[in-house]
Design a protein around this ligand. Structure first.
Ligand SMILES: [Zn+2]
Ligand SMILES: [Zn+2]
Ligand SMILES: [Zn+2]
Ligand SMILES: [Zn+2]
Ligand SMILES: [Zn+2]
Length: 368
């Protein structure tokens, strides 16, 4: 139920009506006080915006006889007089005592607590001001059990959600969770097993920590185009001193503190590592990565051989907490890293959508 949207305002709602001559303020269609006035460009007759647009649906001519209707703004002298009107709220019959300036009326009536709104449960029209209290007791409102998460109508508590159903539902959910947990444990056990079997083959040379790169403390530096026998593209590194001085509260610093690195690598757009030539094949065993600014950074890692995509993996990274991504990709000649948008802002002063991704360690086999 809306008040003033369909046509003009009834004259008896104007509380200071004795101050005005209403002839100029009347809509030529509804004969009430103009609401959201517009006018015909040719004859300047004013109409309520809703009234004339209702009329134009069936007849494109100006109601005053002009051959066609082209809209213009209502003449300023009319708007000026209208803005001096004091109008009582449409919901006065429901108890609203507010009298408002013409220009403030729409906003008030939109928010007025005396309007009727339907209850989402029983669908009865309830006064807005009473809705919260009503919904706290309305029997048709849906509620959710915080123990078993079952949704039921409040009035159907004893039928739909007695204690034995609640308990049974909780047991069912616990069973489901336990199955999930079991499979997670199985997956982790497999990973540990794999890691142990790699461990014997991994020597110190396979572990790339970037710590052997030159320590320049004044700026971030590109990883040299050839490093550890691999080609590096669009990847940068920084030292602990630089991170501490420039981004003390960032994920860069958090990643450095939680590990033993002196340097970390990072990128914020597609970066890659590759190798050409007869000995170009290598294995990416794992990488350790985290997000520099926000949680939920997605890092897609793609493995190529002879320009053919053979492996893809997407990892969800968190702010400042490096996590190991175990890949064990053998026989590849290129790795592409694609960081994409995050959602939650971790630091308020940093803009959303940041894609800065930190790498603290890479384990690569068959390095030359
Ligand atoms: Zn009208
Ligand atoms: Zn006209
Ligand atoms: Zn009101
Ligand atoms: Zn209700
Ligand atoms: Zn329950």
């Amino acid at each position: 139920m809306t008040s003033t949207q369909q046509k003009g305002l009834s004259r008896d709602r104007v509380s200071n009506s004795s101050d005005f001559n209403f002839t100029d303020l009347e809509c030529a269609l509804c004969h009430e006080v103009l609401w959201k006035p517009v006018a015909c460009q040719l004859c300047e007759t004013p109409f309520c915006h809703p009234c004339i647009h209702q009329q134009l649906k069936t007849d494109l001519k100006c109601p005053n006889g002009c051959n066609f209707y082209i809209e213009r703004k209502c003449p300023p002298f009319i708007s000026k007089v209208l803005s001096r009107l004091q109008i009582s709220c449409f919901y006065k019959p429901n108890g609203c005592q507010q009298v408002l300036n013409y220009d403030a009326l729409e906003k008030h009536e939109f928010e007025c607590q005396y309007q009727l709104v339907p209850c989402s449960g029983c669908e009865l029209n309830i006064m807005k001001t009473d809705l919260t209290a009503h919904q706290l007791t309305c029997k048709a409102i849906k509620v959710i059990c915080k123990d078993c998460r079952l949704v039921y109508k409040r009035g159907e508590f004893s039928k739909k959600h007695p204690q034995n159903i609640c308990l049974r539902e909780q047991i069912r959910q616990l069973r489901e969770e336990s199955v999930e947990n079991k499979s997670t444990i199985q997956m982790l056990t497999n990973q540990i097993h794999d890691l142990l079997s790699w461990k014997n083959r991994i020597s110190q040379e396979n572990i790339i920590t970037f710590d052997d790169l030159p320590s320049m403390t004044e700026e971030t530096i590109w990883i040299p185009p050839i490093y550890k026998g691999l080609k590096w593209s669009k990847m940068v590194y920084m030292t602990r001193e630089y991170a501490a001085a420039t981004y003390p509260t960032s994920g860069y610093m958090a990643a450095l503190i939680s590990g033993s690195n002196h340097h970390i690598a990072f990128f914020n757009e597609e970066a890659s590592i590759s190798r050409d030539g007869p000995n170009k094949i290598f294995s990416l065993i794992s990488l350790t990565a985290c997000a520099a600014w926000n949680d939920n950074l997605h890092l897609t890692i793609i493995g190529y051989k002879d320009s053919v995509k053979i492996k893809t993996y997407t990892s969800k990274l968190t702010f400042g907490k490096p996590q190991i991504v175990l890949l064990q990709w053998q026989n590849i000649d290129k790795i592409v890293f694609q960081p994409t948008g995050d959602t939650a802002t971790h630091l308020e002063n940093h803009e959303l959508g940041d894609t800065h991704c930190i790498i603290t360690q890479l384990i690569i086999d068959e390095l030359v």
